[in-house]
Write a protein that binds this ligand. Sequence first.
Ligand code: NAD
Length: 341
Amino acid sequence: MSLKDTVNTNKIAFFSTQPYDKTFFNKYNDVFGFELDFFETQLNPQTVILIENASIVCVFVNDIINESVLKQLAEKGVKIIALRCAGFNNVDLDAAKKYNLKVCRVPAYSPQAVAEHAMAMILTLNRKTHKAYNRVREQNFSLNGLLGFDLFGKTIGIIGTGNIGKAFAKIALGFGCKVLAYDIVTNTEMEKDGVQFVSLEEIFKTSDIISLHCPLNDQTKHVINKESIALMKESVMLINTSRGGLIETAAVIEGLKEGKIGYLGIDVYEQEEKLFFRDLSADIIQDDAIQRLMSFPNVLVTAHQAFFTNEALTQIALVTFNNIKSLLTDNDIENKTALLV
Ligand code: NAD
């Protein structure tokens, strides 16, 4: 009997799991009855070996699903790779096709969760509520240094108007902002709501706040770089809740030092897989760029938490299980945007 013959088609091996993943996936598994194996470690070429007799692997944003991992997964008899996230820049889709592996994702679990977090970052950076909170606890009731600006009437530029960008545009319109957008596809419904689709250059030149909501791919990598920063308004606010690779970190640090970038809010970071989702409070961080970023008073970093709401985790568990069930029964998924390969 070959190794593949022993593979359990009902067993899912989860990687990069946190306690909340176990809570939500265990809770909703009652209806589905899968066998769940949780690993805290990231999936990478060294950790594939942990998979025992499972035909499904469930991964998250910082797992490494490159050709080497995919080859090993196929050899182990894995058939399905279920991403419990929307972005899929960490998967080599061509290699997945080559090894005959199905890859699915959760395209829109809660666009509001991420859009609301982007707005929370804007409000925090602008009105400095994080500083006010600490100040008042120290009985410092002074307002010096807390001056903000009205969002009403300001221009917000959105790059990427998919599920999250669209939800974010509605919030920005609700605040009375002028909303500009750039996407490779113009959304006429959003235009009716008052969003103006313009060129990328115009977004850079005219926005007071720029919020990134496009996926990371060859076209969008380092869309925020030395040249694009040079086009921006003095003291622009940059918000990135999408993927770290959209921003060239060194260029942004330079922009902050020069004062060209007045505020930076990032929920994602190019080298985040070595940092985020862990408690490193007792460690010496070797990444000098994140340390430099965190040293600026006008930079707010959150550790990839934009998705982290009760509603989003519920949807992630339910859609992931449903995707797997559909692939096992029909070898297909009704929602075509959920099936990548
Ligand atoms: P989506 O697929 O619904 O929308 C992406 C949009 O980007 C589409 O409208 C697409 O046309 C556009 N786009 C593609 N290439 C582009 C380009 N070159 N220039 C401009 N626009 C381009 O995706 P979504 O659900 O809105 O998610 C957007 C991104 O947010 C994901 O790719 C993911 O990386 C990130 N995300 C982050 C979190 C978090 O917790 N921080 C959670 C979910 C998603």
